[in-house]
Structure formats: C-alpha cells, structure tokens
Design a protein around this ligand. Sequence first.
Ligand SMILES: CC(C)(COP(=O)(O)OP(=O)(O)OC[C@H]1O[C@@H](n2cnc3c(N)ncnc32)[C@H](O)[C@@H]1OP(=O)(O)O)[C@@H](O)C(=O)NCCC(=O)NCCS
Length: 134
Amino acid sequence: MRSRLWPDADAQGLADEARAFNDGYAVPGVDAVFIAEDELPEPVGFLELSVRQFSDGCDSMPVPHVEGWYVEPGARGQGLGRDLMRRAEEWAQERGFTELASDTGIDNEASLRAHAHCGFVEVERLIKFRKPLT
Ligand SMILES: CC(C)(COP(=O)(O)OP(=O)(O)OC[C@H]1O[C@@H](n2cnc3c(N)ncnc32)[C@H](O)[C@@H]1OP(=O)(O)O)[C@@H](O)C(=O)NCCC(=O)NCCS
C-alpha cells in the first residue's frame, strides 16, 4: 500500500521501512501507523503520522503530521479513511497534542475534499522548487 501511495519512491525501501517499524525499530518520519482492516484477509488502508518540529500554518510545536493516508480504491467511500483519521486524532490527543497537520498535492481534489470533510481547514498553498547542483 505504501508503494501505491508513493509510486515514485523505491518500493523495496518502503517495504523495508514498514517491516522495520513493525519489528519495533525507529523509522525516520514514522511515529505512529494505523491500519484499516475490512473483512478481507489483507489490510485495505493505512495512515502514518510523524511528529514534526513544526508544520506550516499550525500554532503548536511540535505537531503530529499526517505523512500518508491511503485506502485501496475498492474500499473507498465507506468511512475507512475517516476512521483512520479519527484514530490518529485520538492518538495525538492522548499525547497532549492540540492540532493535527497534513498536506496534499495541489491537484488532488479527492484528498482536498476528504481532508475538508474530516475537519481540516486549508491554511496555505506552497510551490516547491528544485535546482540540480552540477
Ligand atoms: C483520501 C482517502 C484516504 C479517503 O479515504 P476514504 O476511505 O475514501 O474516505 P471516507 O470514505 O472515510 O471519507 C471521509 C470523508 O471524506 C469525504 N470524501 C472522501 N473521498 C471524497 C471524494 N473523492 N470527494 C468528496 N468527498 C470525499 C467523504 O464523503 C467523507 O465525508 P462525510 O463522512 O462527511 O461524507 C482515499 O481517497 C485515498 O486513499 N486517496 C488516494 C491517496 C491520497 O490521495 N491520500 C491523501 C494524501 S496523503
């Protein structure tokens, strides 16, 4: 599922990180993982959180940030994404955090709407640049 959410990343690396986290090792950028299970034998969604030192548009520091939020296409629209987000909110509140941060691609309309439906308010739009140093 991680490689379906992040198709440009190295699939083996993503799988290795997931295995390492599962085995109890610290994985940079992953502080909590929530898994959605249907009646199917395989999980159908996940949400990953990291606690960032800061996140644009948030008032509190550090702040938990949704790094990945994914539900398999065939399982979408049934509330699983919302359940994952709710569980992440509980995890954050239990640890004393007062905000949850997230981001998404500027053209990812479905994600924008799903965030809004889950109570997120858009705070900023960002353009990222890259310049290769040769
Ligand atoms: C974003 C995503 C995780 C939502 O998962 P989901 O299981 O379909 O979400 P839910 O069914 O729980 O819906 C949650 C809320 O968002 C709304 N929503 C979800 N998808 C929507 C869409 N495409 N258009 C409009 N609203 C949508 C739902 O209506 C629901 O709100 P409601 O309860 O008020 O009706 C899923 O669409 C996905 O995996 N997308 C691809 C990956 C991605 O873009 N992830 C986000 C960026 S990291």
